[in-house]
Design a protein around this ligand. Structure first.
Ligand SMILES: Cc1ncc(COP(=O)(O)O)c(C=O)c1O
Length: 319
């Protein structure tokens, strides 16, 4: 049987196996640090003068980003299947770090590549392992605000942290959702990675989705200040959600993400990943469209320590 089919079948069995789900929940809690807090950002809220803003603190997870939710789930599956070696691809490095971490935890060999092959069932597994972000956020906001949020916002690279936050709210039609892509230096060929702005439907690495290509169908160069958003294609479920009009997609430029990074650092003392500050930049731009009766949840997908050196360079050249 092809390995990919074997994986799909084994995953279906595992997710219905109480022992597997118990082990996963236990590791998420005791090793990864779940549940992550839903934090009311009071000073940020005051500074923007619009909606009440909550941050889902995925940056506080072990290894500093949401990536470990999926890495630990897939590692547990590999162990269940008797595999001894994990391989992964990484763009910004965060997924590679999370995979190497869980490989050490289970005593597995690990090789990280800078490439990507995604056929089914990977997008589904990634979504399932990350949906805990939205499930927790839903419970937490109901406990604090006694209502569902008016708006959810998350950055979109491959799309995993966004789908994780959005998925448990998809049936709640009054909850608006916005995915924020990398607008880079502006929406011109080679200067950005906003697939839904000027991208086209195509197939890349086994996935039919929106991607950035030229008139000959060649994949275009991309640019973003944040490596994790700098990718020519997007997870296929996002293309679907956009097509059916359930989720809106916008973008923030490098400069807007940089300004949002500084705003969050100054008002809340939180250094967020530059990927995550794209989501914050969207809220900053649109805050005046909301009133204090509105509740917004932003997914803070990772911490910014990895970006500090690069940021220092940018800030020096711009001041
Ligand atoms: C902190 C952080 N946020 C977001 C992303 C983007 O990935 P995704 O859209 O799959 O969440 C990355 C990717 O490396 C990341 O490191």
């Amino acid at each position: 049987m092809p390995a990919i089919e074997q994986l799909g079948q084994e995953y279906e069995k595992a997710k219905n196996d109480p022992e597997f789900t118990w082990k996963l929940e236990d590791l998420l809690r005791t090793y990864c640090g779940r549940p992550t807090p839903l934090y009311y950002a009071e000073r940020l809220t005051q500074a923007l003068g619009g909606p009440r803003i909550y941050l889902k603190r995925e940056d506080l997870l072990h290894t500093g980003a949401h990536k470990i939710n999926n890495a630990i789930g897939q590692a547990l599956l590999a162990v269940r299947m008797g595999k001894q070696r994990l391989i992964a691809e990484t763009g910004a490095g965060q997924h590679g770090v999370a995979t190497a971490t869980v490989a050490a935890r289970f005593g597995l060999e690990c090789v990280i590549y800078m490439g990507k092959v995604d056929p089914h069932p990977y997008p589904m597994m990634v979504r399932d392992f990350h949906r805990i972000i939205g499930e927790e956020a839903r419970r937490q906001i109901l406990a604090i605000e006694e209502k569902l949020p008016d708006l959810l916002v998350a950055c979109v690279g491959g799309g995993s942290n966004a789908i994780g936050l959005f998925y448990p709210f998809l049936e709640d039609e009054n909850v608006r959702m916005v995915g924020v892509e990398a607008g880079g230096r502006g929406i011109r060929p080679g200067e950005h990675a906003a697939r839904f702005q000027g991208g086209c439907l195509g197939v890349l690495q086994g996935t039919k989705t929106f991607l950035l290509c030229d008139e000959d169908g060649q994949i275009q160069r991309t640019h973003s200040i944040s490596a994790g958003l700098d990718y020519a294609a997007v997870g296929p479920e996002h293309s679907y959600l956009r097509e059916i009009g359930r989720v809106e997609y916008s973008y923030a430029t490098d400069d807007e993400a940089l300004a949002a990074f500084q705003l969050l650092a100054k008002t809340e003392g939180i250094l967020a990943a530059l990927e995550s500050t794209h989501a914050l930049a969207y809220v900053t731009k649109h805050a005046s469209e909301f009133s204090p009766s509105h509740v917004v949840v932003i997914n803070l997908s990772g911490r910014g320590d990895k970006d500090v050196q690069q940021l220092a360079g940018f800030l020096q050249t711009t001041t």
